[in-house]
Write a protein that binds this ligand. Structure first.
Ligand code: ADP
Ligand code: MG
Length: 383
């Protein structure tokens, strides 16, 4: 699918050509996992895969949508009671309603869209969808919503219309993404800084384990509680420590006898991860990708051994990366399945992909999926 084909589809369906085309990407996170709820940093970047939508205001005070990928259409009104039935349409409806809650109203419109972010693989196709519509509506209706608020509107859509209690990283990266840059986002203050990312001679590739382990007893909540317990113990001696992000490894050691071993391990990972991310940013400023890669491997190790959110499949993929000379590799996302993100020299890429595909298939009888990504611009008007 390309923009010309999309415009043709739009024309056939709605009887005239669209007045504008917009695009917004998915994202990767190079390093900084489970740091967001500890007040720490993340380091996402927008990718060269996203949602593209063709748009035109209509005269019927209704929203008409067509999803090219699902070959499904829907029609709904602008009021809170008009929530559409289709899962994919709720993202668009949510954006419209969140705008309305902020006093920003739109009129009826027609839109057709397609995407090339793999769904549910951890690349945030949902943020791409929300951000594409938030950005488009803000532009077409001249709503004067700043970029930050656009990201928050996407996040609020997930919270209030989809039921996913996500952080702000995905929508933030989709809106603020910039070619040749990652974004170091401070999850406490929401301050951000672009960090150069020009890995000449390297590729970034995701290997999708294609597994998602069923989680019992909400392991994520338990980890959050461990982090809070450790932070509270440290805070008794160091009142300035609001989150683990503020703590040092020495501070953690002081409370070793006051918290249990599990809480200690979780905190050790988080404190290490905050430092690793900052070290990786320093290395990126110097184009030192060997160090960045080393930090990625350390993150994987921590996620696997200390935070215990890996699984056999992800550890296997990480071992393959080591075996085939990949510069850096780690689990991306919450864990227990999904993708590894790999920084690999171009000269080693073909061999890595070919061998890993065979090894993984042999071991688990699943063909892993491979997604090449290039760090790219955020939400934009494409035409
Ligand atoms: P992800 O990790 O990719 O964000 P989610 O489950 O949060 O996974 O979001 C995936 C959902 O977003 C899909 O089920 C669908 O409702 C919507 N979506 C994403 N991309 C598209 C697309 N190209 N066309 C239609 N709906 C899409
Ligand atoms: Mg999502």
């Amino acid at each position: 699918m390309n923009i010309e084909q999309l415009k043709k589809i739009f024309d056939e369906r709605y009887g005239s050509l669209p007045e504008a085309v917009y695009s917004s990407p998915g994202r990767v996170n190079l390093i900084g996992e489970h740091t967001d709820y500890n007040g720490g940093f993340v380091l996402p970047g927008a990718i060269d895969k996203g949602i593209t939508l063709a748009f035109k205001v209509n005269e019927i005070s209704k929203i008409r949508l067509y999803s090219v990928d699902y070959d499904e259409s829907t029609e709904f009104g602008l009021a809170e009671a008009d929530k559409p039935a289709q899962g994919w349409a709720k993202y668009v409806f949510g954006v419209i309603r969140e705008l309305a809650k902020r006093g920003k109203t739109v009129s009826g419109f027609d839109a057709a869209f397609y995407g090339d972010v793999p769904l549910g693989a951890g690349l945030s196709s949902s943020a791409a969808l929300e951000s594409a519509f938030a950005f488009a509506l803000n532009d077409v209706f001249a709503l004067n919503v700043d970029s930050f608020e656009l990201a928050k509107i996407g996040q609020a859509t997930e919270h209030n219309y989809v039921g996913v209690k996500c952080g702000i990283m995905d929508q933030f990266a989709s809106i603020f993404g910039k070619k040749g840059n990652l974004i170091r986002l401070d999850c406490r203050s929401l301050e951000y800084k672009y960090v150069p990312f020009n890995p000449v001679g390297y590729k970034v590739v995701l290997i999708d384990s294609c597994v998602k382990h069923e989680l019992v007893n909400n392991p994520y909540n338990r980890r959050r509680e461990s982090c809070e317990t450790a932070a509270a113990a440290i805070r008794k001696r160091h009142p300035e420590v609001e989150f683990l992000r503020d703590a040092s490894m020495d501070m953690l050691k002081e409370v070793k006898n006051e918290i249990n071993d599990e809480d200690y391990m979780r905190a050790e990972f988080v404190i290490g991860e905050v430092k690793r991310l900052l070290d990786a940013c320093d290395a990126l400023e110097k184009d030192d990708y060997a160090t960045v890669g080393k930090k990625m491997y350390e993150t994987h190790e921590g996620l696997s051994k200390l935070y215990e959110v890996s699984c056999e499949e992800l550890d296997f993929l990480n071992d393959c990366a080591k075996k085939y000379g990949v510069t850096g590799s780690r689990i991306m996302g919450g864990g227990f399945g999904g993708c590894t993100i790999n920084l690999v020299e171009e000269s080693k890429y073909d061999n890595f992909i070919a061998k890993t595909t065979v090894d993984y298939k042999t071991k688990f009888n699943i063909a892993p999926k491979v997604y090449d990504v290039v760090i790219s611009d955020g939400a934009r008007k494409a035409e």
